[in-house]
Design a protein around this ligand. Sequence first.
Ligand code: C2E
Ligand code: CA
Ligand code: CA
Ligand code: CA
Length: 276
Amino acid sequence: AKSRAKGSCVAFEQEMDARYVERQKLKVDLGEAVEQGGLHVVYQPMYKPNGTRIECCEALVRWVHPERGSIPPNVFIQIAEEMGIVSEITRFVLQQACADCASWPGDIGVSVNLSVQDLRNENILDVVSDALGEAGLPASRLHLEVTEGSLLAEMGVARSILTHLRSRGVTIAIDDFGTGFSSLSYLDNLPVDVIKIDRSFVRNISEEARGFRLLRGIVHLSRELDLRIVVEGVETEEQLMLLNKYQCADLIQGYVFSVPLPSKSLLGLMEALASK
Ligand code: C2E
Ligand code: CA
Ligand code: CA
Ligand code: CA
């Protein structure tokens, strides 16, 4: 029994080595992809709850690995953070998103995710200005999303960076709201315009569910603080109906309206809605 345990231990170690090697290789490949234009951006629209208008689209980065196919962004963003190159990804996504947004009709905005590392360095202020300037996009059409977790981790610098960005006219959203230490009392002290309620609140909603009562409480307090509310991850008509019955959202983002799509595929949709 002892030797079998030892055997499985060796197997375990070999597996760990293999995983380590895999991850090292992924790092090298990611570095190349970032340098050589191997990433691209798709967009998921945020709709008015009645589905008649797209107000803004979230930019979501994609990496299709030449051998392994699509790697999920929450996997490679974490690797990029470990490598210290996530700010290069942010710069790329910002540039692409501002350029694409400038080609959209009306005043449809674009929302870009910042990483916790972007909130540590005042460089991000110039990166944002440059992206807007190069695309000729007014700051009012750019939204930036920061997660609750990264805000709490970097409260000091983050506050000053976000205050600057906001004073230039950029809209600031708190992402994945409700998954961190969400206390609405700190929200009152932050330069924030929008909260994006995490999809975990929507997954099992029903009129009776505690999660749904919690969601309605968050909505109520957010309204008191003049925050706009985006509900994320809405997948079904039932979820949408319930959210609308209790007027829980200013904007809805989720598969019920659209999956993330390339800018070109969205243009037709945007133009059709705009001309209605
Ligand atoms: P997120 O910012 O919360 O983005 C929303 C995620 O939910 C996206 O996953 C989107 O495709 C997915 N989603 C949208 N609607 C639905 C729905 O109805 N049901 C379900 N089950 N999922 C839905 P995605 O694109 O895989 O991105 C995952 C995470 O990776 C993002 O979560 C964000 O944290 C990170 N990420 C993506 N792009 C970027 C980026 O450019 N920069 C940074 N720093 N992070 C990014
Ligand atoms: Ca987001
Ligand atoms: Ca705006
Ligand atoms: Ca989110």
